[in-house]
Write a protein that binds this ligand. Structure first.
Ligand code: RM4
Ligand code: MN
Ligand code: MN
Length: 426
C-alpha cells in the first residue's frame, strides 16, 4: 500500500487555515525572543527516526499476544508500513531490521520497495536471545558470554551473518543486545562472563567493515532477573572502548532502573564521543516499551536538552542513530508509532528553544531559580505549530494521526492483508 500525496494534501485542506494562524502567532512570539524559527524547522525536518521492523505488528507480553488485524506478514509489507508512517509524518525515513525475524529473500526487490518509499536501512540487530530452528546450540545459558565455546562461536557467527545481510542492504551499523546474565545468585561467574563477552565482541568487531559502527546496548534486567552481563552504560562503555573506535554505547530509554538520571548518562557519553545509538520508548517501571512521551514527557525533554547540547558542542561524538524501540500490545501499532514520533519531535523542538547562552550565564551566576525558569520557559512553549510546518513543507500531514484515521489506512491494510496476518517479532 502506498499513500497518495494527493490524499494527504486533501486531508490537510481543512486544517490549513488554523495551522497558518497558530504558526504565525508562535513564530512571531519566538522571533521576538530571538529564536531563529527557520533554523528550528530545518532541524526538525532533518531529524529522522528509524522504525524497528518488529514494532509493526502487535507486541506481546509473556502472558499472551493480541494480534492486530492487517499486520504485515512479509518484510515488503513491513517496509510499506514504515513508508505509510513516513509519508504522513516525514520523520520515519529508515527501518531497522531484526535478524532472523526479517531476513530478506530477494535483496534487490526489498531495496526497491524501500527506495520507492524513501526509506533507508538503519542498524541491523542480531538476535541471540531466542533459539533458532535447527540451530546446533542453545542460548539457554547465554550467547556471547556462554562458558561453552561452541555456543559462543555460534553467536559470533550469527552476528557476522547479520553484518553481511546489513551490508547488502546498505546498513552501516550493527546493534548487539544480549539477554545474557543469570537469574540466580551463584549461577555464573561475573568475571569470566564479562571476559567471554569481551572476547566474543572483539571477534565480531574484527569483521566489521571500516565504515560501520558497532552499538553495544545495555539493560539492567530481563529476561534474566538477578544480573545481566552488560547491565549498565559503564559496562557498555568499557566494552566499546576495548573493542575500538568504531564501537559505541547504545542508550535505550527503557533500560534503566527507576529514577536513573539518563540525561547525565547521555552527557557523559557524548563528552567521551561514545554515544552511538539511541532507542526511544517510555516506561513506568522497567522496559515497558510504552509510547514515547506517554508517561514522562518532561524527562524526555531534559534528555533532549543533553542531546542537543552534545550535538552542538561535542564534535568528537558521531551523529547518533535514532530508533523507536516500543512495541505495544493493545494499540494499533502504526498509531502508536505516529504518537511516538510526535512526542519525539515535540521534545526535540522544545529542547532547541532553550536559551543556552542565558542558561550558561545563570549557571555562572549560581542563579538556580533562573536556570529552572529558562528550562521551563522552553518546555511550556506550544511547539505543535512548528512540527506541523515542518511536516507540511515536506508533503506530510498537518495532523498525521487524524489523517491516518480519515484516510482509513488500517481498513485498507485489513482488506489487503486480511484479519489473521501475523507479523514476525516479539
Ligand atoms: C530488547 C532491546 C533490544 C530489542 C529487543 C527486541 O529489550 O531493547 O534493542 O532489539 O528488546
Ligand atoms: Mn532497545
Ligand atoms: Mn528493550
Amino acid at each position: 500500500m502506498k499513500i497518495d500525496k494527493q490524499h494527504i494534501e486533501n486531508s490537510n485542506r481543512n486544517s490549513l487555515e488554523a495551522h497558518k494562524d497558530s504558526f504565525d502567532y508562535t513564530a512571531g512570539q519566538l522571533t521576538k525572543k530571538g529564536v531563529e524559527v527557520e533554523n528550528v524547522i530545518q532541524k526538525l525536518t532533518d531529524f529522522q527516526v528509524a522504525i524497528p521492523s518488529w514494532a509493526l505488528g502487535a507486541g506481546g507480553t509473556r502472558f499472551g499476544r493480541f494480534g492486530f488485524q492487517g499486520e504485515p506478514s512479509t518484510l515488503e509489507q513491513k517496509i510499506d508500513d514504515v513508508g505509510a508512517i513516513h509519508a504522513l509524518t516525514q520523520t520515519a525515513g529508515a527501518i531497522s531490521l531484526h535478524i532472523p525475524w526479517d531476513v530478506p529473500e530477494d535483496y534487490e526487490a526489498i531495496k526497491e520497495v524501500a527506495q520507492s518509499h524513501d526509506i533507508l536501512f538503519d542498524a541491523v540487530n542480531s538476535n541471540t536471545f531466542q533459539d533458532q530452528k535447527n540451530a546446533a546450540e542453545s542460548y539457554r545459558h547465554g550467547s556471547l558470554s556462554n562458558i561453552d565455546e561452541a555456543v559462543r562461536q555460534q553467536a559470533v557467527e550469527h552476528n557476522k551473518e547479520v553484518i553481511e545481510i546489513g551490508n547488502k542492504l546498505g546498513s552501516k551499523s550493527l546493534t548487539v543486545w544480549l539477554a545474557d546474565g543469570a537469574s540466580f545468585p551463584g549461577q555464573t561467574n561475573f568475571q569470566s562472563a564479562l571476559q567471554q563477552t569481551q572476547k566474543s565482541l572483539g571477534e565480531i568487531y574484527k569483521t566489521l567493515p571500516d565504515d560501520w559502527k558497532l552499538f553495544i546496548e545495555y539493560k539492567p534486567y530481563e529476561p534474566n532477573f538477578y544480573s545481566t552481563v552488560i547491565q549498565d552504560w559503564g559496562t557498555s562503555f568499557m566494552l566499546a572502548n576495548e573493542c575500538g573506535e568504531k564501537a559505541y554505547t547504545l542508550v535505550d530509554l527503557g533500560h534503566h532502573l527507576p529514577n536513573t538520571n539518563i540525561e547525565q548518562i547521555v552527557s557523559t557519553l557524548m563528552l567521551k564521543g561514545k554515544l552511538g545509538g539511541f532507542h526511544f520508548n517510555d516506561s513506568k517501571y522497567g522496559d515497558d516499551d510504552l509510547t514515547v512521551g506517554s508517561v514522562k514527557p518532561y524527562a524526555l525533554f531534559l534528555i533532549f536538552n543533553a542531546l542537543v547540547y552534545g550535538m552542538e558542542n561535542n564534535p568528537q561524538n558521531p551523529y547518533p542513530a535514532w530508533m523507536i524501540d516500543a512495541s505495544h500490545n493493545i494499540k494499533d501499532p502504526l498509531e502508536d508509532i505516529i504518537q511516538s514520533l510526535d512526542a519525539i519531535q515535540e521534545a526535540y523542538a522544545k529542547a532547541l528553544l532553550i536559551d543556552q547562552n542565558a542558561l550558561n550565564e545563570a549557571q555562572q551566576a549560581h542563579d538556580v531559580v533562573k536556570c529552572q525558569e529558562i528550562l521551563q520557559d522552553a518546555y511550556r512553549t506550544d511547539v505543535r505549530p512548528l512540527l506541523e510546518k515542518a511536516r507540511l513543507e515536506n508533503g506530510g500531514a498537518i495532523h498525521p494521526l487524524k489523517a491516518y484515521r480519515s484516510l482509513n489506512i488500517r481498513k485498507q491494510l485489513v482488506s489487503e492483508r486480511g484479519t489473521n496476518s501475523v507479523a514476525t517479532g516479539l
